[in-house]
Design a protein around this ligand. Structure first.
Ligand code: ADP
Length: 267
């Protein structure tokens, strides 16, 4: 495979995934420049989560390639550095956070594994970084939070902790799989605002998986609509809303609710 010079930080080319004889993702390609956000939208079963898991290196595609800064990534056995650079936030923080670990442990594990604070950081240095992360995700800066376990927090707060854990290792790409779907409607907006803000302040590239076109519209520069494992539309968000194309995308658009995030947060 030749190396391509490309402006995309993160690329997926011709990704195909089979589960047994069933094709869940069928030759899907996308490219994500630095600091941009792409929304992967479609109904349940469209293949969105499967694509997200390939992006994060959690499952290997039968065909296709994932590239980071022009370099092909190993399908699953990514190097530690490659794993650091692409982080994932899951739908349900209750299953993605170990309930018996303290917030300190949850946040520091990745930093220690990836040596983002040097090879043997002191507890003081780690604590300072943990508090910085908590502030970044809007959980305050009280050291007392670090000794608590996930159950001590609300669902929205737990998702903030999961986001802080992903950010702890300074990733370039954040893959967020329905990050607000398990949360109360009242806190969904807060998490979307947070993702938009982090994208701006940290220059993160975001791949956002959502069944909700309104959410993708609020947060993303580009949108790919998936159906039955295929990409049926892939356009700029403005372009999609101006001209959704196939009937399926028109129907999704007609059903989309309007989701607004804090002014100036997008793009
Ligand atoms: P989405 O995220 O859009 O809901 P998924 O990627 O979760 O879609 O699933 C796509 C299709 O693949 C669905 O039909 C689903 O039932 C199937 N699928 C997902 N995971 C597995 C699995 N581990 N084994 C078999 N089939 C699966």
């Amino acid at each position: 495979m030749t190396r391509h010079a490309s402006s995309a930080l993160f690329e997926m080319r011709g990704i195909t995934v089979h589960y047994g004889g069933f094709t869940a993702v069928d030759h899907v390609s996308l490219s994500l420049p630095k600091g941009r956000a792409i929304g992967i939208v479609g109904e349940s079963g469209a293949g969105k989560s499967t694509l997200a898991r390939v992006a994060a290196g959690l499952i290997a595609p039968a065909e296709g390639q994932v590239l980071l800064a022009g370099q092909p990534l190993a399908p699953i056995r990514r190097t530690r550095e490659q794993r650091r650079r692409v982080q994932m936030v899951f739908q349900n923080p209750d299953s993605s956070l170990n309930p018996s670990h303290s917030v300190y442990r949850i946040l520091s594990e990745g930093m220690l594994l990836h040596h983002t604070l040097g090879s043997r950081p002191s507890r003081e240095v780690i604590t300072r970084r943990c508090l910085e992360l908590l502030r970044m995700v809007g959980l305050g800066e009280s050291a007392g939070i670090l000794s608590r376990r996930p159950q001590a927090f609300s669902g929205g707060q737990r998702q903030r902790i999961a986001i802080a854990r992903a950010l702890a290792v300074n990733p370039d790409v954040l893959v967020a799989d329905e990050p607000t779907s398990a949360l109360d409607v009242s806190v969904q907006h807060e998490i979307l605002d947070l993702l938009a803000e982090l994208r701006q302040t940290n220059g993160l590239s975001l791949m956002l998986i959502t069944h909700d076109l309104g959410v993708a519209n609020a947060l993303c520069d580009d949108i790919m609509v998936m159906r039955g494992g295929r990409s049926v539309v892939h356009k700029s968000t403005e372009g999609l809303f101006a001209d959704p194309g196939p009937q399926y995308a028109q129907d999704l658009l007609a059903a989309a609710r309007s989701v607004s995030i804090a002014p100036g947060m997008r793009g």
